[in-house]
Design a protein around this ligand. Structure first.
Ligand code: UDP
Ligand code: MG
Length: 319
C-alpha cells in the first residue's frame, strides 16, 4: 500500500481560483492514485482562512462531489502562516506526508511527483525552490533578494527562494507541532527541525485569477516576523551602537577640553543641534527595535491558540 499524501492549501477569498485549482488537482492526484504513487486515502485539504466570499461554500460543494477534497474552516482570518499550520496539524492526524501550496496555482502542480519521489527516497522535508524570479515585478524581485541577504546577515537559516511550497513527512510534522510560537515564520522553523531534506526546483508562474492576498502591509509584517522571531542580532547591534556612541562622546569631550585650554572655543550651534537630532533619532530607533521584541514576548507569553477551527469536512480515519 503506498503512503497517504495530504495537500494543504490555505484559501483566503479564493472563489475565483478554486474551481480551476480543484480541476487541476483532481487530475494530478487522481493520476497519482491510479498509478499507485500515493494511496487512495490521499486528500486535498482546503483551509478556509475566514474568507468573506463564497470560498467555504465552494469547498463544501467540492467535498460533496468528490471525497478527494477535505475542508477545514477557521473561525477568523488569521493569516497565511496560521492557516497553514492549522491545515498541517489537521493533516498530521491522517497522512504519511503533507505538501503545502498556495491556492492560486503559482506553485507548479507537476513538481508534486518529484516531491513524492524524494519522500520515498527517504527525505523528511522537501523544499520547493523557484528557479527564477523573472515573472516578479522589479520591486518584488529586488526587495526579496535584499531581504534574503539581510536574513543571512542576521544569522537566520533559510532556504533561499523557497516560499511555502514544501513536503513534510509525518515525522517532520510531529516535530513541527512541538514549536509553539505564535509569531509563525514557517520557512525559518522548518530548517531548525533537521531530518534529511532536499530541494526540488520549479518554475513559479503568475496568479491566474484574483488578486494577491498579500498587500504590502501584510508582507512587511511577515518580513519583520522573519527577522525578530529568529535573531537577537538587532538588539545586539543596539548595544554595540550605544558603546560606539559613548566612545565617540568621550573622545569629543577630550577634544573640546583641548580647544578650551588652548583658548580656541567654537560657537558650533549647528553641530550641537545636529548631534542632538541624530542622537534623538538613534535612541528612538533603538527603542523601536527593543519594543518590537518586547511586543513579541508579550504575544508569546499569552499562549493564545494560533487558530480556532470551526468546521471540518473529512471522511478518512485518523492514523
Ligand atoms: N492566504 C491566507 N490568508 C491570508 C492571506 C493569504 O490563507 O490572510 C493564502 C491565499 O489564499 C493563498 C496563499 O495564502 O493561497 C498565498 O497568498 P497570495 O497568493 O495572495 O500571496 P502572493 O503569492 O501574492 O505572495
Ligand atoms: Mg500567490
Amino acid at each position: 500500500m503506498p503512503d497517504t499524501l495530504y495537500l494543504v492549501i490555505p484559501c483566503y477569498n479564493e472563489q475565483e481560483v478554486l474551481p480551476e485549482t480543484a480541476r487541476r488537482l483532481t487530475d494530478k492526484l487522481g493520476g497519482m492514485i491510479a498509478s499507485g504513487a500515493i494511496s487512495p486515502q490521499s486528500r486535498v485539504l482546503l483551509v478556509d482562512d475566514g474568507s468573506k466570499d463564497a470560498t467555504w461554500s465552494l469547498i463544501e460543494q467540492l467535498h460533496a462531489q468528490n471525497p478527494l477534497f477535505s475542508g477545514l474552516k477557521l473561525a477568523h482570518n488569521r493569516g497565511h502562516q496560521n492557516a497553514l499550520i492549522a491545515g498541517l496539524m489537521t493533516a498530521k492526524e491522517h497522512c504519511d506526508m503533507s505538501i503545502s501550496m498556495d491556492a492560486d496555482l503559482q506553485d507548479d502542480v507537476d513538481a508534486i511527483d518529484r516531491f513524492v519521489a524524494a519522500y520515498y527516497d527517504g527525505c523528511d522535508v522537501v523544499y520547493g525552490v523557484r528557479s527564477s524570479r523573472a515573472k516578479d515585478t522589479v520591486f518584488k524581485r529586488s526587495t526579496a533578494v535584499g531581504y534574503y541577504k539581510f536574513l543571512k546577515l542576521m544569522g537566520v537559516e533559510i532556504v533561499e527562494n523557497h516560499a511555502d511550497y514544501r513536503l513534510m513527512s509525518r515525522r517532520a510534522l510531529e516535530a513541527l507541532s512541538e514549536y509553539h510560537e505564535v509569531n509563525l515564520f514557517l520557512r525559518g522553523i522548518v530548517p531548525l527541525i533537521g531530518f534529511k531534506s532536499t530541494v526540488v526546483t520549479y518554475e513559479r508562474s503568475e496568479r491566474f485569477a484574483g488578486e494577491s492576498k498579500y498587500p504590502l502591509k501584510k508582507m512587511l509584517a511577515f518580513a519583520i516576523d522573519g527577522i525578530t522571531s529568529f535573531s537577537v542580532k538587532p538588539i545586539r547591534f543596539i548595544t554595540f551602537l550605544g558603546v560606539l556612541i559613548f566612545g565617540v562622546s568621550i573622545l569629543s569631550l577630550l577634544w573640546f577640553l583641548f580647544l578650551k585650554l588652548f583658548g580656541r572655543t567654537v560657537t558650533g550651534w549647528a553641530t550641537l543641534m545636529g548631534s542632538i537630532w541624530a542622537l534623538g533619532g538613534v535612541q528612538l530607533l533603538c527603542l523601536g527595535v527593543i519594543g518590537e521584541y518586547v511586543g513579541k514576548l508579550y504575544q508569546e507569553a499569552k499562549h493564545r491558540p494560533r487558530f480556532v477551527a470551526e468546521k471540518i469536512l473529512n471522511d478518512t480515519d485518523t492514523k
